[in-house]
Write a protein that binds this ligand. Structure first.
Ligand code: FAD
Length: 497
């Protein structure tokens, strides 16, 4: 297992050796891309990639987007998104109230160990103010804030139609602007000249390699969360039990290739955003629908029927991203949320039905748990609830347990009214943080901190420059949008000169 790299510094990562990633488009289609020298080749078709491509085409003409997925799976994890976090001095109907740069930065400092590179993080926060206007100029439309468990209406802007609509808007705007998007075209390698300049992006066709000439490259190919073998380097066999909430295509192939070519690494290899998802969710791409929000209104036990963490420590938006890691630490990487009839209407319904029984013992048996042990845990919990507490789901109500270890600090309702329910939980990884070290111009840096001549990075593939161990909902798109614009602009300017 590898240990963390020094925060904010470039370093050498223990990564798997690069592997060839075959393209599934026909060799003829891939060869047709090789006939021109492109001004900018962008790798990926998620938010960061499309923002970079749209920005680049304001300066140069020949912009190519390479996406390894088929067209219906384009947009990577961005397909699943719903909102973006941006600072704003004046509110409007979509984000009422104000959310200053200072407040957003302070929120970012408050999650996990705080930003890896505070200067870069502050820069991203400041730039975030200009992102909604840019998005609207490129076809995105907004919707009124959603009410729900995460309460993000003041800080996060929701786009109409979610991430699929976002990708569709950007892709259509891109194609109208003359940007070429090639699907089933997986970047596999780079050819470099002596001055660490990429001259060609290599695609592996069924007939052998196809070299795509280019003057500059933007890498926006996501994290490595879909690569179980890579996760196992840092998490061991536990990774076999993780579910991946997003695209199966983000295997980190381009990240591994660039690190092998001497790029510096930024961020903690074990850093990821992971939440509690339904244990019955698919291995990949379950998306938002499999998230479970029952934790604050339930008790959570491991497979031995024992509680292991304070389910009510903080409001859910600040705490939900801790549960992926907490479950990862349990035997078998599984946990169970236990609640009763009065708690059931307090959170969004689950996609898969909860196990339900007339008694705690019955529902525990249905969930495959030791009924006696779960009955004892529930009884112990009920007996320690402060009887003077006033339950209020809308705030930190202090309605907690007394003398129980671990405590439940808020929303401690007794579990006593049938029917009783259990939802099985697993670690659902949203995305990994460790990525390519970059500077403020989105240039990829080598292990000595010197920029590659014409290689830029944006999005999840460089989020480790900012995110350490925690995450702020909606900031993934902020990072991708801010650095996508810079990467597109810088790549195009390099190419034009
Ligand atoms: C369920 C879910 C919900 C989320 N909700 C939000 C939200 O509401 N707000 C928010 O800010 N963030 C959210 N996130 C996180 C968010 O998805 C990301 O931070 C952001 O969209 C990532 O954008 P990206 O462009 O960096 O990567 P992606 O959107 O993942 O795009 C990477 C692309 O690169 C392609 N690719 C990979 N390797 C290659 C290769 N070798 N060659 C060619 N192409 C390649 C992939 O196929 C993919 O299309 C969510 C994530 C998930 C999974």
């Amino acid at each position: 297992m590898t240990t963390s790299h020094p925060a904010g510094n470039t370093g050498i990562a223990d990564v798997p050796p690069p592997w060839p990633v075959p393209s599934t488009a026909s060799p003829a289609a891939l060869r047709s891309l090789a006939g021109v020298e492109w001004d900018v080749v962008v790798i990926g078709s998620g938010n960061a990639a499309l923002v970079a491509a749209l920005t680049a085409c304001q300066t140069v003409e020949r912009v190519l987007v390479l996406e390894r997925a088929p067209q219906h799976m384009r947009g990577g994890n961005t397909r699943h998104t719903r909102n973006i976090r941006c600072a704003h001095d004046t509110g409007d109907v979509f984000t009422p109230g104000t959310y200053s740069v200072d407040e957003l930065f302070s929120d970012l400092q408050g999650v996990g160990r705080g930003p890896v590179n505070p200067a870069l993080a502050l820069f991203a926060v400041g730039e975030s103010q200009t992102i909604p206007g840019w998005m609207a100029d490129h076809g995105v439309r907004w919707q009124q804030p959603l009410a729900g468990t995460l309460n993000l209406n003041r800080t996060n802007r929701f786009f109409l139609g979610g991430g699929t609509a976002l990708v569709n808007h950007y892709a259509r705007t891109a194609e109208l602007a003359g940007i070429r998007i090639a699907y089933e075209a997986a970047a596999s390698d780079f050819r470099l000249s002596g001055d660490r300049r990429v001259t060609r992006v290599v695609l592996e066709s069924a007939d052998g390699p196809v070299d795509i000439p280019t003057r500059a490259v933007v890498v926006a190919s996501g994290g490595f969360e879909a690569n179980n073998g890579w996760l196992k380097r840092y998490w061991g066999d536990a990774a076999d039990n993780y579910l991946v909430r997003g695209t199966p295509y983000n295997d980190g192939s381009m990240l591994a290739r660039l690190l092998d070519l001497g790029a510096g690494v930024a961020g903690d290899p074990r850093g990821f955003h992971a939440i509690a998802v339904d244990a019955r969710a698919p291995r990949f791409d379950g998306g938002i629908a499999t998230r479970l929000d029952s934790v604050p209104y339930s008790i959570v036990v491991n497979r031995d029927g024992l509680r292991f963490s304070d389910e009510g420590r903080d409001i859910w938006p600040k705490r939900y991203a801790s549960w992926g890691g907490l479950i990862a630490e349990q035997d078998g990487q599984i946990a169970y949320s236990v609640y009763d009839a009065q708690a059931a209407p307090l959170f969004m319904p689950s996609m898969y039905p909860a196990y339900t029984g007339a008694s705690v013992a019955e529902v525990a048996r249905l969930a495959g748990l030791d009924p006696d042990r779960v009955v004892r845990t529930v009884a112990e919990f009920n007996a320690h609830i402060d009887p003077t507490g006033r339950f209020d789901p809308g705030r930190l109500d202090g309605c907690g347990t007394r003398g129980l270890d671990p405590p439940k600090s808020n929303w401690a309702l007794p579990i006593q009214g049938p029917p009783f329910h259990i939802l099985p939980l697993r670690t659902g990884i949203t995305f990994t943080f460790m990525g390519l070290a970059v500077n403020e111009l989105a240039q990829v840096l080598d292990t000595d901190g010197r920029p590659f001549t014409n290689v830029y990075a944006a999005g999840e593939v460089m989020s480790g420059n900012i995110l350490s161990s925690g995450y702020l909902a909606g900031f993934g798109l902020t990072i991708g949008s801010v650095f996508g614009r810079i990467a597109g602009r810088e790549a195009a300017q390099h190419s034009a000169h």
